[in-house]
Design a protein around this ligand. Sequence first.
Ligand SMILES: [Zn+2]
Ligand SMILES: [Zn+2]
Ligand SMILES: [Zn+2]
Length: 140
Amino acid sequence: MMNEIEKTLTDAGVRVTAVRLMVWREIHSRFTDAFSLADLEDALPTVDRSTLFRTLTTLVDAHLLHDIDDGSGSQKYCICPMCDTRHCGGHVHVTCTSCHRTFCLTNVPIPEVPLPAGFVPEQAEYVIKGLCPHCATHRH
Ligand SMILES: [Zn+2]
Ligand SMILES: [Zn+2]
Ligand SMILES: [Zn+2]
């Protein structure tokens, strides 16, 4: 019998393999905000880095994850509840300049920007740099 998490992969057109299933399950149980390949390596030390990277790429291509460039120099990924199997416009992120975590504002969609005629948008990133609530409160 197919469980919910496996069904999400199948519905998105991803062929289910043991590794993909394990990675997808781990991402769901562990990360509520943006994570990097290194974070995933820490979570799944038994899977080699290139396999993890390929799996992430597959999940991004299937629109099950968003990829974000938060300016940290390492690619970040996140689950987006606004995504179904089609591509959504993405959500706003806040990168904390103190703890360097990148937070998903999953219910704040990226605002639509009117582009001049002729431009064809493919992807948008909206990253705000600032302090997270914890760092804003504990800063001296
Ligand atoms: Zn999305
Ligand atoms: Zn912070
Ligand atoms: Zn996000």
